[in-house]
Design a protein around this ligand. Sequence first.
Ligand code: ATP
Ligand code: MG
Length: 788
Amino acid sequence: MAARPMPYLDELNPAQREAVETLDGPVLMLAGAGTGKTKALTARIVHLLNTGRAQPNEILAVTFTNKAAREMKNRVGRMLGQTVEGMPWLGTFHAICVKLLRRHAELVGLKSNFTILDTDDQIRLLKQLIQAANIDDKRWPARMLSSIIDGWKNKAWTPENLPASEGQAYNDRGPELYAQYQTRLRELNAVDFGDLLLHMVTIFQKHSDILAQYQRWFRYVLVDEYQDTNVAQYLWLRLIAAEHKNICCVGDDDQSIYGWRGAEVGNILKFEKDFPGAHVVRLEQNYRSTPHILAGASAVIAGNENRLGKTLWTEAEDGDKIRLIGHWDGEEEARWIGEDVEALQSGTRGKDPKSLEDMAILVRASHQMRAFEDRFLTIGLPYRVIGGPRFYERMEIRDAMAYFRVVTSPDDDLAFERIVNTPKRGLGNVAQQKIQTCARDHGLSLVEGARKLLELKGVGGKGAKELQLLIDGIDRWRALGVQREVEVPLNDEEVIDDGLTRTTTTFNSAQEALTHIELAEVILDESGYTAMWQNDKTPEAPGRLENLKELVKALESFENLQGFLEHVSLIMDNESEDTEEKISIMTLHAAKGLEFPVVFLPGWEDGLFPSQRSMDESGLKGLEEERRLAYVGITRAEEVCTISFAGNRRVFGQWQSQLPSRFIDELPEDHVEVLTAPGIYGGGYGAAAGDFGGGMQSRMQSANTYNSPGWKRMQDRAGERGISQPRESRGSVIDLEAVSSHSVGDRVFHQKFGYGEIMEIEGDKLVIEFDKAGEKKLVAKFVTAADD
Ligand code: ATP
Ligand code: MG
């Protein structure tokens, strides 16, 4: 067979090539940021396929985030330049383990359609157990227990092999509650995040035949960001790679930033011991950042005592120095960054215009995001938030998904609890308690328990009727989900006399199948959930309805509801697929492995970054992890890196004066340009400039300066200038159909509801916000144009 062309090898330097072409045996690539570790890892996958060493499904590649997995998949596809049958197993530890666990769930007492709980569910469940154990959960919060249990899972400790040294955890009750929690999860046919790995490790350890099968199967294993693996992940990898030992790990000890979540940088340091004869490749040329940025990052990380130490160099042109700027407060910082982003975007300052896609704001703590989100909304700057509290964590989305879960996973009691009285069905605590008891007494899931309760006439009145409707609904939705080829509902819209429309669902056995998207809509409509928000008059309600629409839209890229729910429980980032350019806002933790031409690093203040906790801790461990985080932050930047701090910040509702971060002192003066905020303060004020670069004392001085009356005066002056006007809204575009003579925004009149304004036009129906009666959907012919 003629050798296929290998252009991807030409793009690599000799050290990278070595790492790519050493296909047999263990390989460790240990190198600093931006040296092309991930690039080489990707090329290695391509090379394995291209040389015929491995079939796609014989390759197991682990990335740290879903985003990274997606990018790697795309790159592999592009680099191969041809279609390969199938794709490697490429994903995060969690995504890969969930796939494997579905195949072997019964070995750990689960069914293959288990649900994955999120933190919220996990805490609710723990709370129940804590209360049942008569423990005061004010004193011993469920959250505390949840993080203890997570920690144990990260160390691959099951309740059975929990070391005696952990006996005192959670006021001596930790181990017993852990065991109960695991039992309860099994009953619910559910797992939490930590279980995904823990169960797989348990299965591999107990069933050597299954392990052997995967060892044979995954002939080549590749792991990115190896410095951030925890013990469970490490054990899992070692078990899988034990047979062929073709394992290639890449990482950087200076970028180990998940110690707080159980990651052990020691894993990377003992690789050579675990895999004797490992081929170690070091990379030193940085291809990402300009020399000033690289020098700044290197100087900061040099402050850590515990590190291997490495040299980094670049051939890149000089470029801009790291920009440093101090602000009055956090709002001001957000405002300045907003203006700077617009300036960079329009290419002022003699620079090429930059796309918003090329810019990122990396914060230490997610609460910092709010100021930016607010500011960007005001000025109409499109942004996306990656990671953190986000779309899928919003109340209405979680409610809707709980409905889907009840339909796809019959044993999902937590989901049922969430929806049983949402919308209000007159099934309050007492009724819910009865359902719980009945379910427990008969060993049933809550849905079945509720059915039983109805049979036994254990609830009466309105509640009974409503509960029956809900159970009937669930049965119907489940049937629709399962037998969609057989029974199909037709949505009939009946026009009622006064013009209100009502949706009824009838069934027949038409051939046309009900898709999961239609099913989702049916569930939300029939359950009354959508109507609940339609009737809600709070200002948030329209946004929530938008989100529900967005949710249904998101279903389109999945084959079924279960696939979608799985995806949601796994994703760390929720970028919408839209094409508008946006600036990204994310935490420093979420930014690992990424790169952007323009990076903003706000909030470099002691107590925020480094975090207060790391500063209070005795010893250097926490502080060094913070410093690595600073290194990760700076090294995300390719061309423009802006570090900022504020003199005042509102912390838990209280104004607090802030001290610039100690990491700012560690930036080498030669590589930093100190800016003032000319647009806002009239320029010429060199507070930060004057004080910069002189160690601790200077930080004290600059902090004092920022609190001085002079600063306050300037703040007042800035206030007098007023804030920038909002731009024209770039909000979501409503798809309008040109129907009748009405258009959105028109004033109309209706016999029964009076005056109102058209909010939306859907075919021949209008969504109208009536001045008195609120929002209604009406057939167009029943309203007339108002002449007020
Ligand atoms: P991090 O530690 O931040 O994860 P990394 O070591 O994984 O960084 P990559 O993201 O793989 O680094 O590469 C950084 C940048 O350098 C990318 O834009 C990549 O395309 C580029 N790059 C890597 N190797 C080369 C090379 N040999 N020639 C040119 N560009 C390269
Ligand atoms: Mg990388």
